[in-house]
Design a binder for this molecule. Structure first.
Ligand code: BYC
Length: 321
């Protein structure tokens, strides 16, 4: 049902409830449109965390030292945990995990565009932590105040871990940028490739954002895509300067009047291609996820069999008692 068709009185009450900064909980009445858009957004977010393990997972066996390997392993495991919090948050809205996974595997559900780019050097792991987790934090800090309780609570936990992720990436970038000329070249090359896709993570500009206006009214989103993107640029430019790296944008300059950095045009054709499934690694990512799901079937079967056995035991135990 279209949310505009629902009882006006209920809709007004709901709006007043979120306007007063109350959290909506799973059993509360909510407009159908609110439920739908949240399922879409949280599921996309959960899938992003899980698919996001792949580009970095590619470097676990090739990390340059035991210390780097242990840190990367922990970070990638954290992303799996974030996926689990978020899948649990969507499930509170009445969808099953199987449905969600099926939508990812059949290409019906989106995941963040950023994870469709390849990780071709160790410096990419630094760039992902610094830029991708950095962009994710800007977006997610604002989502901690989202109006849906289970999503908000998941975001609070996730943000704590994301700041460690961002720092580990920046630390790799410092080591490379202040290292040998060859290492600095690697860092600049990774920066050149990840900068623009990181800006795309924030989604289409507000004028073309289908869901922003309504989602801001419902306090699902607290800021528009452009505002968060600008915040990320303003925060990241001084970090790049500290590293001595060049921002791959000839139009980037400080705008005294606006009090922000101006930056060049984003290639929205590229963004649209990537979100339609035609990015450099879309096919590879989905195939890897499907294979992992199939290979893990025995674990799910064993878990279900074990739970059944336990239930049976407690039933027969109760009967005997
Ligand atoms: N990629 O109306 P709009 C991480 C879609 S993972 C793909 O502005 P909305 C990490 C959008 O879905 C963190 N699709 O939408 C993990 C919509 O399509 P549909 C990932 C995108 O929802 C591992 C259409 O474009 N973070 O941190 O109001 C390692 C129109 O857009 C993208 C999240 O998922 C995109 N970039 O705003 C390292 C944050 N952008 O659904 C790190 C949660 C837009 O109508 N999500 N689309 O077919 C959000 O905050 C919002 O959903 C967005 C988009 C800002 C992304």
């Amino acid at each position: 049902m279209d949310y505009r068709m629902e009882n006006q009185e209920l809709l007004d009450k709901f709006q007043a409830y979120v306007d007063a900064e109350n959290k909506v909980e799973a059993k509360d009445w909510m407009p159908d449109g609110y439920r739908k858009t949240l399922i879409r957004q949280i599921a996309q977010h959960a899938h992003s965390e899980v698919v996001g393990m792949l580009p970095e997972g590619n470097w676990i066996t090739r990390a340059p030292s035991l210390r780097r390997k242990a840190i990367l392993l922990a970070k990638v495991q954290d992303e799996a945990g974030h996926g689990l919090y978020l899948y649990s948050a969507v499930e509170t809205m009445g969808v099953t995990r199987d449905q969600l996974i099926d939508e990812l595997h059949t290409g019906k559900a989106k995941y963040s565009s950023i994870f469709n780019y390849p990780t071709i050097s160790w410096a990419d792991i630094g760039a992902i932590g610094w830029l991708v987790d950095g962009a994710a934090i800007v977006n997610q800090v604002s989502l901690q105040r989202t109006s849906y309780g289970p999503y908000s609570r998941a975001m609070i936990r996730i943000c704590k871990e994301e700041s460690f992720h961002q720092r580990q990436g920046y630390e790799i970038m410092i080591a490379l940028a202040k290292g040998t000329p060859e290492q600095k070249r690697m860092a600049q090359d990774a920066f050149n490739r990840w900068w623009w896709p990181s800006l795309m993570m924030f989604g289409p500009s507000d004028a073309n954002s289908e869901h922003s206006a309504q989602n801001i009214r419902w306090k699902i989103k607290r800021h528009g895509n452009d505002e968060l993107r600008q915040k990320f640029v303003d925060m990241t430019v001084p970090q790049a300067e500290y590293l001595g790296l060049t921002i791959p944008d000839p139009d980037l300059r400080w705008n005294e009047e606006r009090g922000h950095y101006d930056f060049g045009d984003i290639n929205w054709d590229e963004f649209n291609q990537v979100i339609r499934g035609n990015g450099p690694c879309n096919k590879q990512r989905l195939e890897a996820r499907k294979k992992a799901h199939e290979d893990g079937a025995w674990v799910r079967d064993a878990a279900v069999a074990y739970a059944r056995k336990q239930q049976e035991k407690s039933r027969t135990g109760e009967a005997a008692a």
